[in-house]
Write a protein that binds this ligand. Structure first.
Ligand SMILES: Nc1ncnc2c1ncn2[C@@H]1O[C@H](COP(=O)(O)OP(=O)(O)O)[C@@H](O)[C@H]1O
Ligand SMILES: [Mg+2]
Length: 247
């Protein structure tokens, strides 16, 4: 349903270039939960933004429903993004002057034909799913870090995305709270057959994802290769040296 093929991303930086992503190919199936891990600077966020229609690759393509995401007009792409994709970033950008329920409703109101009361009911149901029913009328400044995060999850889900993109979604949380957040995302993914692409430099519990990829120095090492296999071949560099890249 969503895939990228041979994606490169090169940034101009100072007088030189940074190759943030190099020849990455990846397919996301319906309902599949993918975890891409790798150290800081590996190119994870860049790849996620490209997959999510937020950043044009230097080379290669991203295909959604057999259409090339970056060959359609900007307006079309942003409509498709709003309809099909949800995003949870490390920094949540909740609007400080709006309450929790208003923040969650906000993306649902943009370009929607649904009534305000229907969007409100959806927002309430999502906030219930993430355990935030008692906080509907709080403003973000009065919430704990975990509560802000759960609110951001509910907001990312208001348009019932087919794919949820998560970039270091539990960055600043303790492990108990992280587990809780992953539990919520997994449950919603199972319930709605929503795909998830999660990138993180942190370890993620095995029962969260279906498929694991590794990323380093812009290269994506794909499914079907265990971490042990990569490490016993001399780590990422060893595999790269042998020309063995997957995905
Ligand atoms: N807008 C940008 N301009 C220049 N360089 C960038 C930009 N975004 C990312 N980079 C560089 O690309 C590389 C990959 O970054 P990023 O995708 O953020 O990695 P990760 O998310 O794995 O930490 C890094 O070397 C980073 O400095
Ligand atoms: Mg990142």
């Amino acid at each position: 349903m969503l895939k990228c093929e041979n994606v490169d991303k090169v940034f101009k930086e100072g007088g030189g270039f940074v190759r943030a992503v190099s020849g990455a190919s990846l397919t996301v199936a319906e309902g599949e939960r993918i975890y891409i891990h790798g150290p800081s600077g590996a190119g994870k966020s860049t790849l996620l933004h490209i997959l999510g229609g937020l950043s044009r690759p230097t080379a290669g393509k991203v295909i959604v429903e057999e259409r090339d995401l970056y060959r359609m007009g900007d307006r079309r792409r942003s409509m498709l993004r709003n309809r099909k994709f949800g995003f949870i970033f490390q920094f949540y950008h909740l609007l400080p002057e709006l309450t929790v329920i208003e923040n969650v409703m906000m993306p649902g109101m943009i370009g929607s034909r649904e009534t305000r009361s229907r969007i409100r009911r959806k927002a309430e149901a999502l906030l219930e799913a993430v355990g935030m029913t008692s906080r509907l009328r709080h403003v973000p400044g009065k919430l704990s870090g975990g509560e802000v995060q759960r609110c951001a999850i509910a907001r990312a889900l208001i348009n019932e995305p087919e794919v949820l993109f998560c970039d270091e979604p539990t960055g600043n949380l303790d492990s108990g709270m992280s587990e809780e957040i992953y539990g919520v995302i997994r449950k919603l993914s199972q319930l709605r057959k929503m795909s998830v692409v999660l990138v993180s430099h942190q370890e993620v519990a095995r029962d969260f994802f279906d498929t694991e990829y590794f990323m380093k120095d812009g290269h994506l090492y794909g499914a079907g290769v265990s971490r042990d296999e990569i490490m016993s071949a001399g780590g990422f560099e060893g595999h790269q040296a042998k020309g063995r890249t997957w995905g």
